[in-house]
Design a protein around this ligand. Sequence first.
Ligand SMILES: [Zn+2]
Length: 451
Amino acid sequence: MKRLTLWLAACAAICTPALAHEERAEAPAAAAAPATPARDKVKLIQAGWLLGVPGQQPQRERTIVVRNDRIERIDSGYTAPETIVDADVELIDLRDRFVLPGMMDMHVHLSSNSRGDAPFKIKYAADDLPGASVEERDDVTHLVDAIGNARKTLMAGFTTVRDLGSAGWNIVALRDAVAAGKLEGPRILTAVSIVRPGAGTGPGACSGVEGCRRVTRQQIDMGADLIKIYATCSGSLPCGLQYAPPVFLDDELKAIVETAHSRQLRVAAHAHGEEGIRAVLRAGVNSVEHGSYTPADSFETFKKNGAFLVPTMSVHANIEKDIKTATGPMRAVMQNFLDKHGPRMMAAWRAGVKIAAGTDAGVSVHGENARELEYYVREGMPAADAIKTATVNAASLIGREQDLGTIEKGKIADIIAVSADPLADITALQHVDFVMKDGRVFRDDQAAKRP
Ligand SMILES: [Zn+2]
């Protein structure tokens, strides 16, 4: 009996449905088994155009068969619901839509609001109340903001994000609540607090090899999915200049990367200046974030290490505004940044460095994540490659290429749709009107119009 059950379980995974049925019919012992499995849910997505694998040609008139949370198969033409008899079937008519994989943003800060979007505050909270330390209160209010920002991100067609820095437990709670289906948002991978140099005890601050190992382990123990390092000053600070030095010492960088890698976590490094980028690549990080001044002599190390560049060009919108009122040396810093960032990213891309899309939403605007791809196209990247950065490449950066990044048999059903061809006009992705994540529909603007 036990062996038969095991065999049936294995068969469910590998046999054709017909064979599984036949074997069950001939096996009365199995038929007598007490548990009646819940009926599957199948969604048939009839797609007018399907860009199942970004980088390849889109296909006309396909049906994506989604069984529960996975893609069971892709049919040519439009499959009728009556042909599926072993499940509850729902038809989703996207025959006038362009369908593609859910997008992925590799650099967001869900608990930070972009400029002009004031952070949530608790009214009337006095400082001397129990449980009202600044850290505790921030953790709660950040969670409130993060819940709203996560929903905006998902509704914009981004089904997976990496959150690269948020002090406290809020982001861990949000990640787990979304995964449990209690809140609406993208699948979240979080770095928890950014590991940064500092002699103090603030979140993520570390000094020396032992100190940096300890703080890295602290993020892992809090539930980090990856580690984020602050390796140069911010681009908006004078110390974030093109030739500014890295802020960590080499042995500290190595200690952080080794500690993360020993626990099979990847490392993302914030780095703007040339020397900082060389330093983090020497230490073996998996992605360089921003990479504003990525030097040509680093391209080979990127490729040798399999490291990605995550450009976050969306922040240009802020700098383009700020430079209008900036004066003196800061104006020159901003102009140099605007002049160099795009061309250097494109030089890296042309040399074969892998690019994964990331926006820095939280600095840039949550829910406008798809603008990032417009920047790449404006710099000269073909739309097909820009879409790859937010799908195939992003899935590879997080090591989830077997599950995410394309619409193919066996993958998790993260699927979005737009009304126009994004290969012809990349801005079409800024108007997503259908969002499915894990086989569940979160947005379907056309649903009301269907018979
Ligand atoms: Zn950032």
